[in-house]
Design a protein around this ligand. Structure first.
Ligand code: SF4
Ligand code: SF4
Length: 280
């Protein structure tokens, strides 16, 4: 596509969304990756209190489908999951037992199989628990990209794995291939009232999705390519989330990698995530 043709498509889309959502302020960016930037993310699991403010800030910023009041079975789409872990729960031989009673005050550590995604505690953090948010890990070798039959998803030079919704045929191969349960699917027409729409969009990010397409975290491409933090980093009340340029030795994220105890999820799979977890 020539730059002129691109401009025409974007203008047509802006007008379409303005009409559909009753707005007149929609702006769709097509900003390219900034040369010399490779985005990386680091999350302090010792600090996270499990409040899920990041989850809701992400929904708002990225125009996810909301709970549909006319159809309670249609729930909000959330790109971030916060997992709750019982520090002492331990499983052996398929039977759950109490880790503390067997091993005293040792901690069971991170066992994803033992985590709770749907916790509903009135107060967080719950004593004896810790929390680990999971979202797209922006893999350097992303299995989701490999399996896409239409090449509707790819990795950009700044490390962000994107989806062109217009090319997605809804086969859901990528959902099956992702080892981190990071992709979501629009089974129905997304429910997004015009007044709730974030009009500042990126073509490969938070523009409205249609029925039958996959979506996921893009490190807030519409913000980060303009030098801003992702919405989840900005909202986190305890500063558990760090973000920056992995190619810049002075960046926050590089300092975390140099100074903290760091791990990545399912490292043995060779996906090479650009999302790191750390402890002091
Ligand atoms: S976490 Fe999943 S969706 Fe994200 S890049 Fe890796 S494989 Fe793809
Ligand atoms: S906003 Fe921060 S503290 Fe709250 S769940 Fe998200 S990462 Fe954890």
């Amino acid at each position: 596509m020539t730059p002129e043709e691109k401009k025409t498509v974007i203008k047509r889309l802006e007008e379409k969304y303005d009409r559909e959502y009753g707005r007149n302020d929609i702006e769709i960016m097509t900003t390219d990756a900034i040369p010399g930037v490779l985005f990386g993310y680091a999350l302090n699991i010792q600090k996270c209190i499990g409040c899920r403010r990041c989850v809701y800030a992400c929904v708002k910023e990225n125009n996810q489908s909301r709970h549909d009041p006319n159809d309670p079975s249609r729930l909000q789409i959330q790109w971030i999951r916060v997992l709750e872990f019982d520090k002492f729960k331990y499983k052996s031989g398929g039977e759950s037992s109490d880790f503390r009673s067997q091993f005293g005050n040792l901690q069971a550590g991170v066992d994803i199989e033992q985590s709770e995604n749907y916790y509903n505690s009135p107060n967080v953090p719950q004593s004896g628990h810790f929390y680990m948010p999971v979202q797209c890990q922006q893999c350097e070798r992303p299995p989701c990209v490999k399996v896409c039959p239409t090449k509707a998803t790819w990795r950009e030079p700044d490390g962000i794995v994107v989806i062109d919704y217009s090319w997605c045929i809804g086969c859901r191969f990528c959902l099956a291939a992702c080892p981190y349960w990071a992709r979501r699917f629009n089974w129905g027409i997304p429910y997004l009232p015009g007044k709730d729409l974030n009009p500042v969009m990126h073509y490969l990010g938070n523009r409205p999705r249609m029925r039958g397409v996959a979506e996921k975290c893009t490190f807030c491409i519409q913000r980060t390519r303009k030098g801003k933090y992702p919405a989840c980093v900005e909202i986190c009340p305890v500063g558990a989330r760090k973000f920056g340029n992995l190619l810049d030795p002075e960046s926050e994220v590089r300092k975390v990698l140099a100074e903290k105890r760091v791990f990545r999820l399912k490292e043995e799979l060779g996906t090479d995530p650009k999302f790191f977890y750390f402890m002091e």
